[in-house]
Design a protein around this ligand. Structure first.
Ligand SMILES: [Zn+2]
Length: 321
């Protein structure tokens, strides 16, 4: 090699090393009910850190159990709360079974839940807040898994796994445990009395990936002061995944207020619309998804099942949006 070639080669190495961390992206892939659409039961997202760690958020009913080939390796599972559409009391037979407006939830996951079945098969860590960790630890143990794979991160604290920092934040919602997860005489008596099990408060998450991207996962929530005080002022979230479904959680107008005035992220992924949000991959006019997009200042990205989006450290979508 000539001297000038050496200089060129060394400059190339230098430029590669000087690449800012922000050039690395977090890949976000929705695992929804129907490929290419945004459907009523869709909650599940897989986040892939630049270091290869894969995080599954609220698999719900659209991940077709542990054998769903779209899952691949799952290192960490996040569960915002214990309602069946998030933890997965039932799920579809296989990916893309049923129709967008008629979701297939024909396979029961009771008394384990979709989350526990996936965690057992993938040897994933389940990271939850509030008082949910003992529930998941008991389920893992009862099924031959390792209870130590259920990990606590309670409000105000955080855990770091594979370079990903996970914290839970307040969600204004409920978190009753269906007595069918408990079973036996106790579960039966609770069911008859109309009483749910107590596993503490519902949660949202703030996750900091290894490239510096900070993501707010709202879980199911109403409007909370913490969305400004904690999620924006303390954690400085740049990407938000926001529930927009109304009735059970913030609707499009309330969710837009949360994004525009409280969290103020660089981009948003709509979630939990409880409607057919898209037809042929295009937002359905007059839908809640449509209203939310129109009312929201930062760009809203619609989570089309199977379509991977990439976000840089600043929360900007750099591919797939
Ligand atoms: Zn809920």
């Amino acid at each position: 090699m000539t001297r000038s070639n050496w200089i060129v080669a060394l400059c190339a190495v230098g430029a590669a090393l000087a690449l800012p961390a922000g050039a690395q992206t977090v890949k976000v892939t929705p695992l929804g009910g129907i490929e290419g659409e945004f459907c009523p039961q869709d909650r599940a997202l897989v986040f892939e850190d630049p270091n290869g760690t894969r995080v599954l958020y609220d698999p719900g009913r659209t991940v077709a159990g542990a054998s769903d080939a779209r899952l691949g390796k799952i290192d960490i599972i996040l569960v915002s709360h214990m309602h069946g559409d998030h933890v997965g009391n039932a799920h579809n037979k296989e990916p893309n079974s049923g129709a967008c407006d008629k979701p297939d939830v024909s396979v029961s996951a009771m008394p384990n839940s979709n989350v526990v079945n996936i965690a057992l098969a993938k040897k994933s860590k389940i990271v939850t807040g509030s008082e949910m960790p003992p529930f998941f630890a008991a389920k893992l143990k009862a099924n031959g898994g390792d209870p130590a794979n259920s990990i606590l991160t309670r409000f105000g604290g955080s855990v770091t796994i594979n370079g990903i920092r996970i914290a839970t934040v307040a969600a204004l919602h409920s978190n009753g445990l269906d007595p069918d997860y408990i079973g036996g005489e106790l579960g039966k008596a609770m069911k008859e009395a109309g009483i749910a099990g107590d596993v503490g408060l519902a949660t949202g998450y703030v996750v900091r990936f290894s490239n510096g991207l900070v993501v707010y996962l709202s879980g199911d929530t109403g409007i909370t002061a913490d969305q400004e005080l904690v999620v924006r002022n303390h954690y400085n979230a740049k990407l938000a995944v926001m529930n927009i479904g109304d009735g059970f959680t913030t609707g499009p107008a309330e969710a837009a207020y949360v994004i525009n005035d409280l969290v103020k992220p660089a981009s948003v992924i709509a979630s939990h619309a409880n409607e057919v949000g898209t037809v042929n991959g295009k937002v359905r006019p007059g839908s809640k998804t449509d209203s939310f997009i129109k009312a929201t200042k930062p760009p809203v990205h619609v989570p089309l099942s199977g379509k991977t989006m990439e976000f840089d450290a600043a929360g900007k979508c750099t591919a797939g949006c």
